[in-house]
Design a protein around this ligand. Structure first.
Ligand code: ZN
Length: 320
């Protein structure tokens, strides 16, 4: 046993020297490329290893041109991808997280918040606002995984609830780009209450016969999956996203069973009817436009149509 470990240790040491020699003998061209990756000019795909100009990758919405891998994008980039230029109106930017439990794990929660805010330029893990998608008015929420794993605390819950309520009032469709590690445990019970609050707002939105579509991205888990991520009229997901409630390891330990490789992937969920469609990010804006158009066909203002429209609107609000 000890011998084996020694051999392994020696081998990894030899590998290290070999790699060092290799990197020492890299050509000026390779060195230049490495420098440019560090500068962010180039991006190396984590799936297929192909190098792409960051500018080209961005033009393809951060989807690998070679293998189709969907790189993670932050909320600013996502808003840029979906919303028509110049139409974004952010909401509730003044809502700031507090630390009601004076919580401390490896680090004090207050400190973790401050650091993350500085690093990301965000106040909390979701951006919400009103804007247009190909000229159609929408309410959009975008979660950001960089902010404490896009965990859902009071601010995330409150901002999403207000977004939905605003959309119900204006009769706009709601889209939420979901990603989350779950409820924010640093806020204890307050974070769990957000699930019920958002679900109630969505129920009122549905009663007004308005559209809600969540877009599940990698990863969407925990309390977000257990509430608004699964309450859509139509549920979309990005390819190969991990979507689940409890983590794989927890389930394996509970069931004492090995789970299949594609467990908790968007593809597996689609097969079992949990989601409605997997849409490539490059097709997302087009798909959302089609969904809005199908749900709320544009009204051409002829006298006949105006009567039709009024009848439909009145009956949908419950007025006879
Ligand atoms: Zn790739």
């Amino acid at each position: 046993m000890a011998n084996n470990e020694e051999t392994r240790g020696l081998k990894s040491l030899l590998d290290w020297f070999a790699n060092r020699r290799k990197s020492g003998s890299s050509t000026p061209e390779q060195e230049r490329q490495e420098r440019e990756i560090a500068d962010g000019l180039w991006h190396k795909c984590s799936e297929c290893g192909v190098l792409a100009y960051t500018k080209d990758l961005r033009a393809n919405q951060m989807v690998c041109i070679e293998c189709g891998h969907h790189n993670r994008v932050d909320s600013d980039e996502r808003i840029y991808q979906l919303i028509d230029p110049g139409t974004w109106r952010p909401m509730d930017e003044h809502l700031r997280p507090t630390d009601p439990l004076q919580f401390r794990d490896r680090k004090a929660y207050a400190e973790r918040l401050r650091e993350t805010q500085e690093k990301t330029g965000l106040v909390d893990a979701v951006q919400t606002g009103l804007g247009q998608i190909n000229g159609l008015s929408v309410a959009l929420g975008v979660m950001d995984f960089r902010f404490i794993g896009a965990s859902m605390g009071s601010v995330v819950g409150e901002k999403i609830t207000r977004l939905i309520e605003q959309a119900t009032q204006r009769r706009y469709p709601v889209f939420i780009v979901c990603t989350s590690g779950g409820a924010r445990m640093q806020e204890g019970m307050l974070s769990l209450m957000q699930m019920a609050k958002i679900s109630a707002a969505l129920q009122r939105h549905q009663e007004a016969r308005l559209l809600y579509v969540p877009i599940l991205t990698n990863p969407t888990t925990g309390g977000v999956t257990a509430s608004f991520a699964m309450l859509g009229d139509i549920i979309l997901a990005e390819p190969k996203s991990t979507i689940g409630f409890a983590g794989r390891r927890v389930i394996e330990q509970t069931l004492r069973e090995k789970l299949p490789d594609d467990f908790q992937t968007a593809e597996d969920l689609l097969k079992h009817g949990f989601i409605d469609e997997i849409v490539s990010r490059t097709q997302l804006k087009k798909t959302l436009t089609q969904l809005i158009a199908l749900h709320q066909p544009p009204v051409v203002a002829t006298p006949h149509n105006m009567v039709m429209w009024e009848t439909r609107t009145l009956s949908s609000t419950g007025v006879d």
